[in-house]
Design a protein around this ligand. Structure first.
Ligand SMILES: *Cc1c(COP(=O)(O)O)cnc(C)c1O
Length: 442
């Protein structure tokens, strides 16, 4: 059987929930279809870790949760409790954050040219708006005349990514600073921001270091310029190094159903991750001076916008098995639900941590089999996993299939009601009195 095992790294909570003898089958019975399990306690731990790094380095700042990475409401009260903030990019996201207790002052608004409704709400609620273009700055200034002052950051087009759709070019940035100075009564120019693709430490440290000069320039022009936001993109880990290395080294088309090939995969094992990566950025030295000290000495607050790295290890997805057959040397498992619930397929890639079979009737004597996993639609390409996964026994209708660690961008980014199937609900699990309880996310 030509396959490779890529076991997911799992937190104890996830193992406990999935090995509880009845819990997931009871939920599946109640829901009657696929569902996502989310655990806000893990999210809170991840958020606290970022905040602890800021504290540890003696920095004032704020962690804005990049909300687009998961639509559940359950994260938001935890953000409020921990004194965090939320980064939104649409009016419904902003309203959702407000409705779950996030104050307007603790909401950041990013994205390319924003809708008038979003800008109006943001100004009214004193949100922090990352300005992406000069015409947007003018629109914000117009709204701010009635309802301002508007709190803004100027988002910078990264010199290392000159073809990015986002951010102000050096010339526009210069113009923006002049306008901010003219419009000082209506605009509270809070500082600068950027957001980089990729997960590297050095370019983030470099760009942030360079922005300290921008801050000085803005202050010299009489602007407040208190903060720099270094965006999101903190690395995450899903697999052990040795498994990931074996996969990237030995991969053949033969491991995949129909000989399917992919051009690229998310880096499923990398380091430093999450809060440790933030610490590495802050420890980066220029001329012998660590970035953290440079920020402190210049009285600059540090904002971050982590999405995926706050959701890592904080949820998984559960699909009921609807059938299994064998056309070839390997099997085809079909689950209730669609590949849109594992959104990596919609970027021309595949989510690699092994799905885990939960048989309704475990058969320890059974022989392992290899199988790909398809969704319940009529599309040839509706495949959750093209890779042949080794299961301990043939999947059967009534079993459950778990996709581990899907909370960040996988579970709900691309979901649709194709075939008029309802969207999978999110089930919030909490531990109380020594047992697991569950409720539906609102
Ligand atoms: C998407 C996004 C983030 C979050 O990115 P992650 O990679 O999930 O950390 C932060 N800031 C901006 C502006 C974004 O668009």
């Amino acid at each position: 059987m030509n396959t490779i095992a890529l076991p997911a790294l799992e937190k104890p909570w996830a193992q406990e929930v999935r090995t509880d003898p009845r819990l997931l089958f009871d939920i599946a019975h109640a829901v009657g279809g696929p569902f996502h399990v989310v655990y806000p306690e893990q999210f809170a731990d991840n958020l606290r870790a970022f905040q602890a790094v800021l504290d540890g380095r003696g920095l004032h700042g704020q962690v804005y949760f990049g909300k687009k990475a998961n639509k559940a409401g359950c994260w938001l009260p935890r953000v409020a409790e921990l004194g965090g903030a939320v980064d939104v990019a649409s009016a419904p996201e902003l309203v959702h954050a407000l409705a779950h207790g996030i104050r307007g002052r603790d909401i950041g608004v990013t994205g390319a040219a924003k809708s008038e409704e979003l800008l109006w709400l943001a100004v009214r609620h004193e949100c922090l708006i990352a300005v992406d273009a000069l015409d947007e700055l003018d629109r914000i200034a117009a709204l701010a005349r009635a309802d301002g002052p508007a709190r803004i950051l100027l988002r910078v087009l990264p010199p290392g990514a000159p073809h990015s759709r986002f951010g102000l070019s050096p010339g526009d940035l210069h113009q923006a600073l002049i306008r901010c100075a003219t419009l000082r009564d209506h605009l509270d120019m809070t500082g600068f921001s950027f957001h980089l693709d990729g997960y590297a430490v050095a370019p983030r440290a470099q760009l942030c270091w360079g922005m300290v000069e921008f801050v000085a320039k803005a202050r010299a022009a009489g602007l407040a310029a208190r903060a720099i936001s270094l965006g999101g993109g903190f690395a995450c880990r899903y697999l052990a190094d040795e498994d990931w290395e074996a996969f990237t080294r030995d991969r053949t088309a033969d491991w995949f159903h129909a000989g399917k090939t992919f051009d690229k995969f998310y880096p499923y094992a990398q380091g430093p991750t999450g809060a440790a990566m933030l610490d590495a950025v802050l420890a980066t030295e220029f001329d012998g001076v660590p970035l953290a000290r440079q920020l402190r000495d210049n009285d600059i607050r540090l904002f971050l916008e982590p999405g995926r790295s706050l959701l890592i290890d904080a949820g998984f997805s559960v699909f009921p098995v609807q059938g299994f057959k064998r056309n070839d040397d390997h099997g085809i498992t079909t689950v209730g639900g669609l590949s849109m619930s594992v959104s990596e397929q919609w970027k021309g890639s595949e989510f690699l941590p092994d799905p885990i079979l939960l048989p309704r009737n475990p058969a320890p004597e059974s022989r392992p089999i290899a199988s790909c996993v398809g969704g319940a639609s009529c599309m040839e390409y509706d495949v959750l996993t093209w890779r042949k996964i080794r299961f301990p026994q043939p999947p059967a209708a009534g079993d459950l299939l778990i996709y581990p660690n899907t909370a960040g961008y996988q579970m709900d980014k691309n979901e649709s009601e194709f075939h008029q199937l309802p969207l999978p609900p999110k089930v919030v699990v909490t531990r109380a009195d020594g047992r697991w309880q569950w409720s539906l996310d609102r």
